[in-house]
Design a protein around this ligand. Structure first.
Ligand SMILES: [Zn+2]
Length: 423
């Protein structure tokens, strides 16, 4: 009987895997779908911008349906004839963060966004979904894509030289990180290259990346800016840079990000990539990371390596900040009556879905933030910008303080994402 169940399970697994064969539905290329996400604190609309055919699809070709529940947003692609879902991916964006700011209560605003998918062979329906306050995904936009549509741009876009600085093999089987420079002039490209090597080393010095070094390729694109530096609006400093990064995003001084995702994607398209990292030419402390979108940080602050690895935790997996005392621009970030989706925080509404299985018997839940429980996996009150009602897995973690290692829960989450891309 056990054998039969095992056989059935393995058959189901095989059929499940065989259901979406990449080559049945997609060409070798990438399709970029551009749109604007607009609204207020409580409303949201999506407006189509355009489509572009890009180079070879470098994402996974065997796991086309996203197995993770992460990200405020999700893109789903359905074959038009069979109505079967053939691709999906969770991601996040700046609009949902902005919806938690005071500005969103008094004005409406648009954010340029893009999603990438493997280029379809036949007509498909693309759906964009957004999580509501209860974390349920709701459809906000649908668009029918005819892959033969002659309005899909085929032009190359701005061309820059791309180099691989860490080579582990075939991009379709590895995780490709591309570093993009912002505020580095043509004369500063040597510095940019040296910095990318330094940060690659910094990533592979951190667990769990150390044991997975051979699963990553690292690329850089030499794309110079007119001026050196980045915008610091609060100090009246503005620089002409290629990717338009700026401190004071959402009026938070150290939040260095860019709204100009169109330029980011244009420059990134010069290399195969799964993850974008923007390296900003500044020694001022700062950065940010948005899940499956991009990570951004300054190159020359003494804390830069720690900031990079922390932001990569946000942008590569959907790890939440575990800190709860710093000044951030958000209010009412989480509904405490539901379990948040992020893997490393809990409201204890449904702790079974989180890391409860990693907590040793006898550890009190909630776990006191005392010396006795130092280095112990538990549920410590405080996390995701809130001192009350949200709990984190450990007293120490890189998602709380950038110079600490990732806690076991965050490490496990990162390992699952590495396996998703490479197994
Ligand atoms: Zn953690």
């Amino acid at each position: 009987m056990v054998k039969l169940i095992l056989l059935l399970l393995s058959l189901t697994f095989t059929v499940g895997q065989a259901q979406i064969r990449y080559e049945d539905y997609f060409t070798d290329n990438t399709l970029r779908f551009d749109y604007q996400r607009c609204g207020t604190a409580t409303s949201e609309q999506v407006y189509f911008e355009g489509m572009r055919q890009e180079g070879k699809w470098s994402g996974t070709r065997t796991r086309l349906i996203d197995p993770f529940p992460w990200g405020e947003y999700r893109v789903e692609v359905y074959d038009k004839t069979s109505k079967k879902m053939i691709y999906s991916r969770g991601y996040a964006g700046l609009f949902s963060e902005w919806q938690s700011t005071a500005e969103s209560k008094v004005t409406s605003r648009c954010f340029y966004e893009t999603v990438l998918l493997p280029y379809p062979k036949n007509p498909v329906k693309l759906r964009l979904l957004t999580r509501d306050r209860k974390t349920k995904l709701q459809k906000v936009f649908e668009y029918e894509i005819d892959p033969k549509d002659y309005f899909i741009k085929k032009e190359a876009g701005p061309v820059y030289k791309a180099y691989m600085v860490h080579d582990s093999g075939d991009p379709t089987k590895k995780i490709d990180i591309v570093f993009l420079p912002d505020g580095f002039t043509a004369g500063e490209m040597d510095q940019f290259r040296e910095s990318v090597k330094k940060f690659s080393k910094g990533l592979f010095d951190s667990a769990p990346f150390t044991a997975n070094e051979d699963k990553f390729n690292i690329w850089l694109v030499e794309a110079p800016s007119v001026e050196s530096g980045t915008d610091i609006p609060g100090k009246g400093i503005y620089k002409e840079t290629l990717l338009n990064t700026s401190f004071y995003t959402f009026d938070s001084e150290r939040y260095n990000m860019t709204y100009d995702i169109k330029s980011v994607r244009d420059v990134a398209a010069n290399a195969p990539y799964d993850a974008i990292i923007i390296l900003v030419n500044s020694d001022k402390y700062g950065g940010g990371g948005v899940y499956n979108y991009y990570g951004c940080f300054t190159a020359y602050n003494p804390q830069s390596v720690g900031v990079f690895v922390h932001e990569f935790g946000h942008s590569f997996t959907w790890l939440a900040d575990e800190y709860y005392t710093s000044d951030v621009a958000y209010s009412d970030y989480v509904d405490l009556t539901v379990e948040p989706i992020q893997p490393n925080v809990t409201t204890l509404v449904d702790f079974n879905k989180k890391w409860k299985s990693m907590v040793k018997p006898g550890t009190p839940i909630p776990t006191p933030r005392t010396h006795q429980y130092k280095g112990v996996v538990g549920a410590y009150e405080g996390g995701l910008y809130s001192a009350k009602g949200i709990y984190s897995p450990m007293n120490k973690c890189k998602m709380n303080w950038i110079n600490d290692p990732f806690c076991p829960v965050c490490q496990k989450t990162i390992q699952e994402m590495i396996d998703y891309y490479t197994k």
